[in-house]
Write a protein that binds this ligand. Sequence first.
Ligand code: GDP
Ligand code: MN
Length: 376
Amino acid sequence: MNLILAILVILSAFHVLVPYVYYLFMKRIAERRPWGLVLDQDYEPKVSMIIPTYNEASVIVKKLQNIEKLDYPKEKLEVIIVDSASRDTTVDMAKKYVKKNGFPFKILILEEEERRGKGKALNFALQYSKGEVIATSDADSYWEASALRKALRYMAYPQIGAVTGREILINLNRNDYTTAEGLYRKFYNTLRIGESKYYSTLIFQGEFAVYKREVFEKFEDEKGSDDTGTVINIISKGLRCIFVPNAVFHDMAPSTWKGRMTVKTRRAQHLIYALTKAVKLKIKRRIPMSSLIIFVNFFLHVINPLLSIALLGSLIYLLYEFPLFLVCIPLLFLSRKLRAFLLSYISNNIALVLAIFRCIKGDRQDIWQKVPEMRY
Ligand code: GDP
Ligand code: MN
């Protein structure tokens, strides 16, 4: 029994310390290291912005109004909406809006005959794009007017292949679930900035991703995510992909347990496939970036969640031996901040563990149901 307990405690220590030490390391870099890039304020390439939609009638007009406000020369931005046979009025509403109000940028509305998933839709749209830079964004996320320019300043640098932006949650203080996501995002942002300054981050967000056209043939649409999967392919060609904190977009966090688990588990599945691919490339020496970022991210998303089971085991043992501690548990949930932290920690780990098993089963989540509470 003592041996089992000792093993559980050691595994639990790993579970807590690896993320903590990596966080401290990346935080130091994020705060102290300069970017060391020569930014170009005047870089103004031709940009194609692709918005994939499936049943987005509730937000499509708001999304178009958001794009209209982008600070970018009229003749240098084209917008491509690619809809995969929505069953609602997404396409009609988009067409009507453009016709009635005019649209400052060139806009193309493509309609796929059947739904084959977001990655495939992005690649369909890519064939029609003419930009030197390809941007992707989701229908339910809204960019700040300056965000594109801010991202492009970094893109001017030859070594940079792609840029992703920072998310601000519109409904951060709505309830414990949204606060929990906000806390997780703080941790996430620090890691992504640190990794980007160190060399490159692997993890991108499709809500705000900007890629140089010449550095990729197509979006990853087989296994893994269209954002992180594509970025890993770009890094393997010797380019850096970075998270730029002042390029900002706004969107909503899920505000229920069910919504949170649905989104987190699906996104985690995509991420696990992509990170597994990065590890394989690293082992075959086909990705020229430091092992640290690749292996720690794989550990954090694939191994560490499984170690949370050891932490749970240790806690159960502790409570069994010292039942008085049981009284303390409700106390932990009294502080709003601690409650959000525990909620974030627990839900993230459950989602990752579920995702690992679904990946092992081969579930790819190419096509998914949207979470309506993330649209307003
Ligand atoms: P989440 O933010 O991870 O929950 O993902 P969303 O459900 O918001 O999807 C991101 C974007 O991809 C949204 O604009 C969706 O409308 C779009 N999308 C999802 N599935 C498909 C699809 O099969 N085809 C197309 N064209 N777009 C899709
Ligand atoms: Mn979304």
